[in-house]
Ligand binder design. Sequence first.
Ligand code: ZN
Length: 983
Amino acid sequence: MSERQWAVGDEVSGFVLSEVSPLQEYKATGYLFRHIATQMEVYQVVNDDKELFFSYVFRTLPNNDAGVAHILEHCCLAGSKKYPVRDPFMTLLKGSTNTFMNAMTYPDRTMYPAASPLQKDFDNLFSVYTDAVFAPLLREETFQQEGVRMVCEGDVCHFEGVVYNEMLGGSADHDSIVGRNSVRSLFPDTPYAFDSGGDPEYIIQLNYQQFLAFYSKFYHPSNCKLFIYGDMSVGEKLQMLDSEYLRSYAKLNVDSLVPLSEPWKAPRKTSFTSPVEEGEAQGGDSVVLSWATCEASDPLSLITLSTLVDILLGNPGAPLYKALLDTKLGKDISPESGMSGDFREMPFTVGFKGIDSEKAEEAQTLILSSLKDIVDKGLDSSLIASSMKRSRFKQQEIPGGFPNGFRALNRSLKGWLVDRSPSATIVTAEPLQALEDALVANPRYFEEWIQQHLLDNPHRCLVTVKADSEHEKRQMATIEKYAQAQAQALGKKGLKSLAQQNEHFVAFENEGDTVEDKQKVPYLKLEDLPSEIEPNIYEEHCIAGRKLYLKKMFCNKIAYADFAFQLEDLTERELLLMPLYIRLLQMTGIGDMEYPQVTNKLKSLTGDTNLYVEMGSSHEGPDKMLLVCRTRTLIEDFSEALTFLHSLFTEANVADLERLQAALINIKGDYVDNITYAAHSFASLSASSIFSTIQYEGEQLSGLDQWFFLENLHDEQLFLVAEEFKALQEKLNNRKRLILHLGCDEDLAPTLVPSYEKFVLLFDEKETIEAKLRSYEKVSQGITHAVELYRLPSTVSYSAYVLRTSKRGSDEQAAQVLLGQIITGNDLWEKVRAQGGAYGVSAHADVMEELFFFSSYRDPRIAGTLADFTNTLELYTTKEVDPSDIENALITTVGNDLRPLSPSQNSILSFRRILYNISDDFRTKRRNQLLGMKSEHLNEGAKALLAYAKTEDSFVVIAGLQLLETEKAKNPVLDRPSRRLPL
Ligand SMILES: [Zn+2]
C-alpha cells in the first residue's frame, strides 16, 4: 500500500475511518476503522515498533457458571475451515518466531493476542487466528474433548474433559477462591456474579447446543474489536477481513455491555468454603473486605486507586499493611489484597489470610478503624512522593516482559469495552499529570478519596472463606448425584447410545491429521529470517582510570547504569560469604538512617536496584567473578542515586547483628520457597560443579552447597561474620574493582558520563586486582563419574545429567547446540514426558561453559529417565534427521535473537557480551555454523558427546525418599546414601 494521507470519513474495503488521533507517548498515530455493514471495529496504532502485535477481543458475558466462554476459547483453537487440523497452533509454533501467543478468558471478554518481530510470521499468525475466531470447526468431538463429556461403565457414570479437569484443579486453590468470590459478591446483579472460567458442578450441565448458541451470539463481527499495533501500513488487513470473512455477515445487535451494578444502601456479608486436607483446617481461613469503587474507564480514578494501593499496601512497612500485621489477627494480609482494573467498576480488597473465620467481625472493625486512623493522621508526604515518583517512572520507562502492543491494548480496552473510543484510555501521561495537579490543589486528595470511596461507601462486602475438609466431598457428591440422575434419565437405551457416542469420540481422538491438512498451516522458512546478526554497538571510554562502556539508544530519558565489582582476588571464604553480604546490604541501614528509610529513599531515587554475584568463562580470556549492580533512574536523579549507592556500598551497617540475622533468615527462606519449582536448576548447577573451578564456585555461591553453608551458620557465629563483613566492606571499597556500563539516550550522554565519573572517584584508590588461583579437590582431573542424591519431601524427582561438549567455536559444538533443541521437542518430549509422565524435560548445550545438560522436572521416574537421556544420544549417532526438524529447530534457535529487547534488557545483554568477550565476529561465526548443519553433523555431535561421557559425567537427583528407595533396584548407581535438604 502506498503512502497516503488519511482523513476521517475515508472509506476503504467496506470500512470507514472514524477517528485519527496522535498518540505522542507511543510515538504513534491511532486509526479507528468501523466496518460499515457489520460495525466491527479495528483500532490500528501505527509507529515504528518492530514487535508487531494484534489481538481479537469479543465481549463474552456469561449468564451461568458453566464456563462456556472458557470452553469456547479452547475449542476455537482446535481447528478451523482453512486449517482443519486438531491443533493448528502447535503446528504453527514449530516454524514461528512469535514473541507472544495466547488466548485468555476474562469475566467479561475473551481475547486472542499474538506478536512477532517478523512481518511474514505476523501474517501467518494473523491468518490462523482470524480463521480460528470467524470460521472455527467447533466439532462436537472437540466440545467433548475440551469441555466435558459423560463416560459410563455399566450404569456408573463420571465426567471427563480438559476444561472440566482444569477447573477442578483451579477451583481448589484457597487464595483464588478468596479473589474470585470477593469480586463476585460485590456485583450480584451483573454477569460478574458468574464464574467465566466455569465451576465443575455447572460445567457438567452444559450441552453442545448451548455452546454453539453462545458462539453465534458473541463471536459475531458486530461484537468484535480488533487491535493492531506496530510498524505496518495503515489499513493493511482490512481488505482481507472484508473479502474473506465479513461479507457473509449482516449487522447483529449484540447486547454485551456489562451493566453497572445497582449501588448498595447498606454493607453486606457472605461466606464460602475452600478445600483443605483433614487436620489442617485450624486458623487457615481468610477474611477480606471488598468495595465497589469508581469506573475503570475514568483514567484519573484508575491511576488514583493504583497509586493508593502502592502507598497503603506496597510493602510490609506501608501504613495499612503494617497496621493490619501489627494486630496479629491473621498470619499475613491476604495476597488478594489490592485493586483490579479488569472490571467495569474497580474493586478494592483488603483483609487477612491465616485467620480464624470466627473473627470476621473483629477483622472488619480493625480494617475500618485502621483506614480511619490513616485519614485522621494524614499520609506521610514522603510516602506519597516516592509512590508518585514510582508511578512516573513506570509511566516513562519502556518496559520489557510483555509486547508493548499488549500493554497498549489493555489500556485502550478500559474505555473501548464500555463503548468509548480506545484512544480515550490508551495514554497514561495525562492522567498522571492530572493526579499530580490534584495533589497540588489538595494535599489531602488521597485521604479524602479514602473517606469518600471506602469509609463512607456502603457498597462493600465482608467475605469469609473457611477452609473446610468437607468441601471437596460435598463437591464430588453433587457431581456424582448429577451423573447418576442423568444415567437414570437416559435409561438403558440412552446409555447404549451414549456408549456409542463415546466409541465414536475415542475413534476421533485416535485418528490423526492428514499430511495434506497439516501442510495447509503456514510456517516460516529459513530464508525468511534476516541474514545477519544485530551488531552490538557501543563506545569505550575511560573515566577516573576505569573502563566505561557506553551504549547509546532510545531510553525515553531513563538512564540504565550497570556496574560490576571484580571479585577474582577474594578468598574462598570471602566468596562463600558474598551472597549473605549482598542480601544484608539490601536489608540494613546506613549510618543513622534506618533500613525502612533506606528502602524508601532507594525507591524514590531509582526505578529498581538489583545486586547479585555472577561468574562464568569468557571467550579467549580469564574467568569472571563479579558483584553486579543494576540500577535505572530518571535522568534528573542519576547523580543523587549513584551517590546514595556509593554510601550503600561503603557505609551500610554491615555489622548490625539484628539485621544480619534477618538477612540470614530471609536468604534461607528463599531457598525453601524456590526449591520445588527450581529443583531441576539446582540439580543442573550441582551436577555441573565437577567440571571446572568456575562451575564449582557457582555451586558454592548459588547452589545447594551455599544452602548447606547458610544452614550451618549459627547465631553464635554471626558475631564473627559481622567482623568479616566489615573487612569485606573495606576491601570492596576500591575503584580499581569497577567495570562500568551505561545505556542512555544519545543526547544525554555528555551530562551523564561526568556524573558517573564523580561516582567512581568517590571510591578509594587501592591496589590493582590480581586474580587468585583457587583450586578444588572435587573438580574433575579428567576421569570422574559423579553421582549425588538429595532428598526432599516429595513423590517425584528432579534430575540432571551433565557431560562435556566439544570445544567452543567448533562445528561439533554447534551441532550439539542444535541437537539439544531437536531432542527436547521431539524424542525427550515423547519418552520422558508423554510416556514417562514427567511434567517437563530438556536438553541444551551451554556454549560458554562447554557443557551439555539434560534435566527432568516433576518426574515419577529416575533410572528410566537417565536411560532415556543416554539412549537418545545413542539413537542420534546414526539417525537420519528429517530436514524439516532441523529447519524448525534453527528457526527457533536463530529466531530467538530477533526478540525485541527493552532498553534495560538491551543494556545488560550488551554489558555481558563485553564482559565475556562475545564479539560480533564470534556470534556471526556461530550463526553460520548453525545454518550449515545437516543430519550427519548431528550424528557426529552425538558421537562426540557419548565419547566424553565415557570418561566424565555427572548425575544429580533431588527426590522423595520413597522414590529413591524403589529406583535403587533399577540402576545400581542409585544405591548410595542420599543427603536430606534442610527444609
Ligand atoms: Zn483453560
